[in-house]
Design a protein around this ligand. Structure first.
Ligand SMILES: Nc1nc(SCCc2ccccc2)c2[nH]cnc2n1
Length: 156
């Protein structure tokens, strides 16, 4: 029986750009990603999301909108990572590099997919079109997607 671990993933946007962070250590090291991490016991997913963004890049995000839920499984491991994906255009504070992440704004036409998780190319288009999505990805290692499905949903 697999167990599920909850994670948050936040994308801060402006009309032309998206804020990504280069992961400097740990899970997903050397890949550009949104900001997030494990939801701790005693906090909501939204609280965990806001906490992780502040820890990882120094800004306070507001008005988070849930845009997707992704489940990741890695061959040979029981745990399912359930990642709740949020976006926002509202934030304040000063963007700051942390031990975890190096933040950088990317033009929406220049998203560095070759240095991101392989699944991102499947679901980023849904996010950029403003469609809600649900997806599942089975990985071998961190490079090879063995199985996947993704769909647009009416509500999350
Ligand atoms: N974009 C993306 N993100 C993640 S993990 C996101 C949640 C997380 C987990 C641990 C530390 C920080 C953030 C992925 N895993 C497999 N494919 C993936 N794609």
């Amino acid at each position: 029986m697999s167990n599920t671990k909850l994670f948050s993933l936040v994308f801060v946007r402006n009309p032309e750009e998206i804020l990504l962070g280069l992961k400097k250590r740990g899970f997903g090291e050397n890949m550009w990603n949104g900001f997030g991490g494990k939801v701790e016991s005693g906090e909501s997913i939204i609280q965990g999301a806001i906490r992780e963004v502040k820890e990882e890049c120094g800004i306070i995000v507001e008005d988070l909108k849930k845009i997707g839920i992704l489940q990741f499984q890695f061959e040979g491991a029981e745990t399912v990572l359930e990642v709740h994906v949020f976006e926002t255009y509202q934030y304040h504070g000063e963007l700051t590099e942390s031990d975890e992440m190096r933040p950088k704004w990317f033009n929406l036409k220049e998203i560095p997919f070759k240095q991101m998780w392989p699944d991102d190319e499947y679901w980023f288009p849904y996010m950029l079109r403003g469609e809600l999505f649900k997806g599942y990805f089975l990985y071998r290692g961190q490079d090879l997607i063995l199985k996947h499905n993704i769909e647009t949903v009416e509500e999350l």
